[in-house]
Structure formats: structure tokens, C-alpha cells
Ligand binder design. Structure first.
Ligand code: ZN
Length: 166
């Protein structure tokens, strides 16, 4: 198994909608293992393939009841509302209170190409929405109110400039 470097804010792969997986095969087993290891090492509760530079509709997650993977997932139902201090491995060190639906249901496929459904509220609902946003090329910043987003983007750009030098 291997731990991948995690792509961070500013990397265009994070803004690119990921390609659906057309052929399911055991060739993905290794990738899934590596994604899980990368996620646990970070540590995080979810990781989408674009975050390691692979623009495919795959994410892994573990909110405490064991790991799972979804291919080509989409949100099919949401309800309620929940404010939560949300962070992202691709925007390390930042947390924002973001309000989203509390419950979410997602449909997708497992590694064999069999249809699966995953649903939950609170952290599970949040992870499903957050990871599927990644697969649509969207970071959590897009979920911030306009004024907070503007300020967050300014801070992130300044931090990026500092880290790369003048
Ligand atoms: Zn994220």
C-alpha cells in the first residue's frame, strides 16, 4: 500500500469534474487500498480520487463504522439542516461552519459494479455531500456564504503566496 500526497487548494484537478468509471475491475482494488491508507494517515474521514490527482468518480470514507467506497455516486435525497465545522484535507488547517442538509442518501456502485445506496445523517450525511462535491469539481469554499467565501479565498491566496515566496 502507499500513501499519496494530497492535492491542495489551487490545484486545477480539484476544480475539474471527475470522469465516471465505465469499467469496473479488480484493478481498482489497489487504488482503493491506497486511498484508504492516505485517508487514515492524513487523518480524515473521507477522500475523493481527485484529491490524489486521479480525476475519476471514486471516493472512500470511514466515519467510524468501517471503510466503504462508492463509484459514480450521486445524491438522490436530502432533508433537514445541520451546521457543522467542516474542514477538507485539500484545504488543510481551515474549518468553517457550513450549513447543509443533515440527512443525505447517495446512490452509486461498488467495486464490482453492483448498485449500492448509502445514507445517514450528521457526519455520514456531511461526508457523502462533501465527497460528491469533490467529484463535481467543487470545494467546500463554494458552500460558504458569499462574504465568508471572499474572505476565505483572500486568506488562502495570501497563504499560498507566502509558502511559494515572492
Ligand atoms: Zn475535502
Amino acid at each position: 500500500m502507499a500513501v499519496f500526497p494530497i492535492r491542495v487548494f489551487g490545484d486545477p484537478v480539484l476544480r475539474t469534474p471527475a470522469e465516471p468509471v465505465e469499467e469496473f475491475s479488480s484493478a481498482y482494488e489497489r487504488l482503493i487500498e491506497d486511498m484508504l491508507e492516505t485517508m487514515y494517515e492524513a487523518p480524515g474521514v473521507g477522500l475523493a480520487a481527485p484529491q490524489i490527482g486521479i480525476s475519476k468518480q471514486i471516493f472512500v470514507a470511514d466515519v467510524g463504522d468501517g471503510p466503504f467506497v462508492m463509484f459514480n455516486p450521486e445524491i438522490v435525497e436530502t432533508s433537514d439542516s445541520w451546521a457543522f465545522d467542516e474542514g477538507c484535507l485539500s484545504v488543510p488547517g481551515y474549518f468553517w461552519e457550513i450549513e447543509r442538509p443533515g440527512f443525505a442518501r447517495a446512490r452509486g456502485y461498488d467495486i464490482n459494479g453492483d448498485a449500492i445506496e448509502v445514507s445517514g445523517d450528521e457526519l455520514m450525511g456531511r461526508v457523502l455531500q462533501h465527497e460528491i462535491d469533490h467529484l463535481n469539481g467543487m470545494l467546500l469554499l463554494e458552500r460558504l456564504p458569499r462574504r465568508t467565501k471572499k474572505q476565505a479565498l483572500r486568506e488562502l491566496r495570501e497563504a499560498a503566496l507566502r509558502s511559494t515566496g515572492p
